[in-house]
Design a protein around this ligand. Structure first.
Ligand code: NDP
Length: 310
């Protein structure tokens, strides 16, 4: 039987994904129809991105699964018209990119690079930075992205603490969970990296109270999602010096409005949601593997728990 796969993402992605998905489905031995337009009642799988324009799944009577091209699924988890399995994207290429971005920004802070890049005024202060083994970094979220970043930082000898909903056993990482652990970890963290999903339980995880626990001058790196941070609380902490600097890639409103105080703040670096992205070559393999599994009656990979919201 022909498997009907609807590609519902930004139109400009189609020329790149089309041959990759076609090859993957062929390699999986499937007879398929892959298109950007298929009558909804005939669709078996939707390859989905939130900006593809699809939000009402009611007409999709024989849908078997929705396969997200995005790792973050906060915009679809509470969609009541969706009653089939939802898989999120765990893509090797996306993970690699995020790890590089996090390590780069952590090293910027650790080595104090700005001091030398922005000020070449003839002052000679020969102070070498400490070793990574003397620097404590806390990663909030030890999932596909957080674990990879944590491992890379640990490989550089940083003292890495990781906090997640469930306890992990990852060599070289101090794994923590629960509110008490979080408070303790925050009180020691010189650099905090946010790689949590956006859910009701994680919103404003960095607020006035939690920011106050950090050692004075701590640095924040947020490639997770904007709502993980209470923006007013962060701005106040930056203004008081409680937080030394923040590198923010994600925001409650994107693009970040031109008049937002983050743009002008001397101790904030704004990056335009580029920490990483789904890479078509590797992502297409993940999508095709899930369609193959669906057709063989095997469990899907990377299923979202709609109750937990990630
Ligand atoms: P995962 O689902 O693999 O990992 C999420 C992690 O967060 C898990 O360790 C999970 O714990 C933990 N977590 C979730 N809820 C809680 C909670 N209430 N308390 C404590 N820990 C919690 O996601 P990924 O690693 O793939 O992605 C993380 C986020 O990164 C995405 O949701 C997305 O928002 C963002 N992202 C940003 C990109 C960018 O370019 N800026 C690109 C891609 C993703 P447990 O392991 O116990 O389940």
């Amino acid at each position: 039987m022909t498997v009907k796969v609807l590609f519902s993402a930004r139109a400009e992605l189609w020329p790149e994904y089309r041959p990759l998905l076609s090859k993957g489905l062929l390699d999986a031995g499937l007879d398929f129809d892959l298109a950007t337009e298929i009558p909804p009642e005939k669709v078996d799988y939707v390859v989905y991105a939130p900006n593809g324009g699809l939000s009402d799944f009611r007409p999709f009577g024989r849908l078997k699964a929705v396969l997200s091209l995005w790792a973050g699924v906060e915009s679809i988890t509470d969609n009541e018209t969706l009653n089939v399995p939802l898989a999120r994207m765990v893509d090797h290429g996306l993970t690699e990119g995020m790890t590089e971005w996090v390590v780069g920004h952590a090293l910027r802070y650790h080595l104090g690079m700005d001091k030398h890049i922005t000020s070449q005024d003839g002052t000679w202060i020969p102070e070498a930075p400490p070793l990574a083994s003397q620097r404590r970094i806390l990663i909030l979220g030890l999932g596909a992205l957080g674990e990879s970043a944590a491992r890379a930082l640990a490989a550089l000898n940083f003292k890495v603490m990781g906090w997640s909903r469930t306890q992990k056993n990852i060599p070289g990482i101090k794994s923590l969970s629960g509110t008490k652990d979080l408070k303790q970890a925050l009180s020691q963290a010189e650099i905090v990296v946010l790689l949590l999903p956006e859910t009701p339980a994680t919103e404003n995880i960095l607020d006035t109270q939690s920011l106050a626990l950090l050692p004075q001058g701590a640095k924040i790196i947020n490639p997770g999602r904007g709502p993980l941070i209470d923006d007013d609380a962060l701005l106040a902490a930056l203004n008081s010096g409680q937080v030394g600097h923040a590198t923010l890639d994600v925001f409650r409103t994107e693009p970040l409005p031109p008049d937002h105080p983050y743009w002008k703040h001397p101790n904030v670096t704004v990056t335009p949601h580029i920490a990483s992205e789904t890479r078509p070559v590797t992502a297409a393999q993940v999508i095709c593997e899930n369609i193959r599994r669906g057709e063989r009656g095997e469990p899907f990979l990377h299923l979202v728990d709609r109750d937990l919201g990630y």
